[in-house]
Design a protein around this ligand. Structure first.
Ligand code: UFG
Length: 320
């Protein structure tokens, strides 16, 4: 297929673009490089360095079989202090994309949604039928886009799949997590191990969990990317399907730090800090629907293995 990957110079987008190319697809990346990196675009892939608002019509006019839409603003904290950046940057931009796809007859869409659409869960593991009550603006914008996709699919025959990511981690070859502002646990802990940060703060040790720290579902970015390939194959005209992507396994903040100590051999000093606003105690996915309907199964579920891949990437960046 000929596929457009928006945000293909970012972390998840670049890994997906690489896996798509390896599977024989023709890929074009559209990225304004506001947070992505030109050197993260896989070899053999054309980069159109522009924003969706400016370029989407011209690009889709070339004719594509589908779009994988990763480009987004994705910092939860920032979304609370600068909501306009998220409503415009995520929702308005995605509407432009949907309109351009309709105008140019692009038949398929795979969209990066998020566990943040659910908010604080009533029960875990979280299924796709769980209530959607986002607790932050980031999650609210992704949910709004999901709703728009549902109506465009029903009215205009779009074949659409939204994938709701839990905590994406790990790396693939030269493609990994490189954020200007890092807020995610594993890269922060690895910054300590690589000497770029002194200590890690544990946001609360009085949560109602076994060791008192928050529990999350860490999914390897390669397993996540492979779900996108399956989603493309299973997308059906006029339908919008939604799937959670996680391992179904929860690891606490303390367990993550311990795994990082084991993999890196660094003591990684950690301090307990106050709870971070908006953090739910436990977020673990039920990915049964993706397993059953997409035939997808996460293969890289071992936490130490996920951390090892992220650590190899961190060290390759230091050598770069
Ligand atoms: N944490 C720390 N110290 C840190 C950073 C994080 O203790 O320095 C804790 C957090 O409090 C949380 C856990 O580590 O309990 C994981 O935090 P991340 O920031 O890595 O990830 P989140 O679970 O907050 O967020 C992820 C995605 C979001 C998405 C959300 C869905 O990164 O994009 O899941 O709920 F919205």
């Amino acid at each position: 297929m000929k596929l457009l990957v928006t945000g293909g110079a970012g972390y998840v987008g670049s890994v997906c673009a690489a896996r798509l190319v390896e599977s024989g697809h023709e890929v074009v990346v559209l990225d304004d490089l506001s947070t992505g990196h030109a050197d993260a675009v896989p070899d053999g892939v054309r980069l159109v360095e522009a924003g969706i608002d400016d370029a989407i019509g011209d690009v889709l006019a070339e004719g594509f079989d589908g779009v994988l839409h990763f480009a987004a603003k994705s910092l939860v904290g920032e979304s609370m202090v600068d909501p306009a950046k998220y409503w415009h940057g995520n929702v308005v931009t995605s509407l432009r994309l949907l309109d351009a796809m309709r105008e140019h007859g692009t038949p398929r869409l795979v969209f990066s949604s998020t566990a943040a659409t659910y908010g604080e869960p009533d029960q875990v593991p979280i299924a796709e039928t769980a209530p959607t009550r986002p607790t932050n603006t980031y999650g609210a914008t992704k949910l709004a886009i999901d709703h728009a996709i549902t109506s465009y699919a029903a009215a205009h025959g779009l074949a659409a799949v939204s994938l709701r990511y839990f905590n994406v981690a790990g790396a693939y070859r030269r493609f990994g997590e490189r954020h200007g502002v890092e807020t995610h646990l594993i890269p922060i802990v690895l910054q300590v191990a690589s000497g770029r940060r002194e200590r890690v703060q544990v946001y609360g040790d009085d949560w109602p969990t076994e060791d008192g720290t928050c529990v999350r579902d860490y999914i390897h970015v390669v397993d996540l990317a492979d779900a996108h390939l399956r989603a493309l194959e299973h997308a059906a005209a006029g339908e919008h399907r939604i799937y959670n992507l996680g391992n179904g396994l929860g690891f606490s903040v303390k367990q993550v730090i311990d795994a990082c100590r084991e993999v890196t051999g660094h003591p990684i000093p950690a301090d307990v800090a106050p709870r971070r606003a908006g953090d739910p105690a436990v977020l673990v996915a039920s990915s049964e629907k993706a397993r059953t309907e997409l035939g997808w199964k996460p293969e890289r579920v071992d936490l130490a293995g996920i951390v090892r891949d992220a650590w190899d990437f961190t060290r390759s960046q230091q050598g770069a």
